[in-house]
Design a protein around this ligand. Sequence first.
Ligand code: ADP
Ligand code: MG
Length: 324
Amino acid sequence: MSEFDLIRQFFTHPQRHTVLGVGDDAALMQPRPGKVIAVSSDMLVAGRHFFPDTDPYRLGRKTLAVNLSDMAAMGAEPRWVTLSIAIPSANPQWLKPFAQGFFDEAQANDVDWVGGDTTSGPLNMSVTIMGEVSVDQALRRDGAKLGDDIWVSGTIGDAAMGLAVLKNQVRFGSEDQDYCVRRLEQPIARVDLGMQLAGLAHSAIDLSDGLMADLDHILKASGKGADLYFEKLPISAALKNCPYSAQVREVMLGGGDDYELCFTASADSEEAIQKAASYAHTPVTKIGKVVSALGLRVMDANGNQVIVKRSGFDHFAEQLAQQQ
Ligand code: ADP
Ligand code: MG
């Protein structure tokens, strides 16, 4: 199968709102009046960002979902996407479901797949996504203000626990394990929430590296600090049922891949935030405060600082291995 056959068969789809899509030297896109274009690129490398044997349909969806999440974190409406892909061989049994997953995710979010590049090489995918946002409403990382509430959507830590499951580092209830693996393999970008928060929240980021690491980007960019209340962090039923309490704490504060939104907003906006969340059918939880003292402190219910150890999983993996 030639490169052109591949492009025609798997990568060419009808466009809904694009002047010119796949097939020419460049695509042509027209933003709506008054909007600026938000652009973001992400690369996924086999063995590094995903297991090479991941179900290709799910991987296709996730490849786009993690990019949609960047649009959500800017408060932008995703509109166009390109996919550049290196594949070891033109294997239709892999490519067909992968492209279908990518396309289904695009359609579900009204995004036109307007181009890309196809080459042979070690499996990796590079996506560039473009969206529209009003310049004065974009959710930037540097907008957090003193006294802002800190919010997070959904529940956190599930995806990282899913990764620990796949790595055989933990074993618990099979339904709860499956839920965590699903959160890892089938993330849902909070696009509607991001759009609702545009012009309302002061700053936002999506959680790809973990709550503490990602919130720290907001704090550094804004020149502020934060107090987080551990008891308030939204936890899923699956993690509540999970018996490894130290690891649960670790994934909630430090685990990546949840693709929830973390944002800050004026304390006066609480009602408006709740309304925005309910329009977007996405639960949100207030988890802390922006303060002037630099750095990030996590408090327990008694106001004592929580110290997070980062070595829990490795240690745990050894214990599991010894039992086998
Ligand atoms: P060029 O040689 O000008 O780079 P290509 O032969 O690489 O053109 O691509 C031809 C057309 O197919 C272009 O419009 C390009 O955007 C599109 N295309 C190539 N690979 C992909 C892909 N993976 N997904 C979507 N469109 C693609
Ligand atoms: Mg090319």
